[in-house]
Write a protein that binds this ligand. Structure first.
Ligand code: FEO
Length: 392
């Protein structure tokens, strides 16, 4: 794709990765992604903002063929999908300096072996002039690593935000047009990489939301020309209390656990509680992560395998613990044949969650009428807990 014009002196560069289906060998990308870089031409200096994933280096270098000078390369984030082509950019423009945070410098030196003399390290709020354009660097840690920052271009009202506010969508639309699609992709992205750092993200939002922003230009997905759309969404995901939702990640081997899940879903539905049910035999962990953004309760369902939880459930519990969602309640349901330690095992795996544990329900073999009644009680208890906590 060719360079695209945002305004007279500001351009989109980068690559759309239509085919990528996995990020970090972990995160599903059902809609592909893009790696956005930007060129800002002041009347004295020229800055390239971020680069692209090394797999797409050729596309960026082709776009730069007509660009004779780059004075600065702004490295918002050291992760290679944005920084990985910086060494090739520096080869082409040997006089260019890399602008980054102190932690960014450290990471870029170790990850990409960029020599120390290439860096200009900027503090929070520091300004670098391009002549008639001014770049202000705002430190925004943990969006998504500890070294991350964003750049504010005051004269044009553009916030270059890198991963912050990004969405994994492959599209040739320069600006967000399908808000429903982008909302889902941005929420998925937030859930997968930023949810654990909600308190810090909240502070980062406060640092940028009062700027007079006309465009938010992230390094994944389209540009927001209605910044309040994504700012409001982030504020909701970060700060709003959990909603009247129960997330049930589960798996079943011979049907007993799925019978319990079915009964629980019915009990919750009767009481007006929304359910998000995920069969871990074949689930998109990004969807599960998204559901965890809003859920008030998590109920894990598992049969017993070699005395413990099913390995897919162990994986989901590990993930939920790492993502630290704002859920307030948790429980476990499941089945066993001759013995089980799933409660002890799973309870020890979710220590990061600040939840009240509601008594679990385990059945031996197929659930009996008494087991189903225990599940009904669990559903009733969850609904009551939500109501008492003011969760609607
Ligand atoms: Fe898009 Fe954290 O890299």
């Amino acid at each position: 794709m060719n360079m695209r014009t945002i305004s007279e002196d500001i351009f989109w560069l980068g690559a759309v990765d239509w085919d990528r289906r996995l990020f970090d060998s972990l995160i599903p990308l059902p809609d592909g992604t893009s790696y956005n870089a930007y060129l800002v031409k002041g009347n004295e200096k020229i800055a390239l903002i971020d680069s692209v994933d090394p797999s797409m280096a050729k596309q960026l270098l082709a776009q730069l063929e007509t660009v004779d000078i780059i004075d600065y390369v702004v490295a918002h984030h050291a992760e290679q999908d944005h920084s990985g082509t910086i060494p090739l950019v520096l080869d082409k423009y040997p006089m260019a300096k890399v602008i980054t945070t102190p932690k960014g410098k450290d990471l870029l030196m170790f990850l990409l072996r960029i020599p120390e003399e290439k860096f200009i390290v900027v503090g929070d709020g520091e300004v670098i002039s391009l002549g008639d354009k001014t770049l202000t660097f705002i430190h925004t840690p943990w969006v998504h690593w500890p070294e991350t920052m964003v750049t504010w271009l005051e004269e044009d009202g553009i916030l270059f935000s890198c991963d912050f506010f990004g969405s994994h969508i492959a599209t040739n639309e320069l600006y967000v047009r399908d808000k429903g699609r982008v909302y889902e992709a941005a929420k998925r992205y937030f859930a997968e990489i930023m949810m654990p750092f909600r308190a810090i993200i909240e502070k980062n939002i406060a640092k940028v939301k009062n700027l007079d922003i006309k465009l938010i230009a992230p390094s994944h997905g389209a540009i927001y020309d209605d910044p309040s759309f994504i700012l409001d969404a982030y504020e909701d995901w970060v700060s709003s209390p959990p909603k009247n939702i129960v997330v049930i990640p589960y798996i079943t081997m011979h049907g007993s656990t799925s019978l319990l899940v079915e009964r629980l879903v019915s009990a919750l539905t009767d009481r007006g509680v929304r359910v998000e049910q995920f069969n871990l035999a074949d689930t998109d962990i990004g969807k599960l992560a998204m559901a965890l953004v809003d859920a008030a309760t998590i109920v894990i369902g598992t049969p017993t395998v070699l005395a413990g939880a099913h390995p897919n459930v162990v994986y989901a519990a590990y993930l939920a613990n790492a993502l630290r969602p704002k859920a307030k309640f948790a429980s476990i349901i499941g089945s066993y044949g001759w013995g089980t330690k799933v409660i002890e095992q799973l309870s020890s795996m979710i220590s990061n969650l600040k939840v009240e544990v509601i008594p679990p329900v385990l059945c031996k073999g197929l659930p009996t009428q008494s087991d189903f009644e225990d599940i009904d009680t669990l559903g009733k208890t969850i609904a009551k807990k939500h109501e008492e906590a003011g969760i609607l």
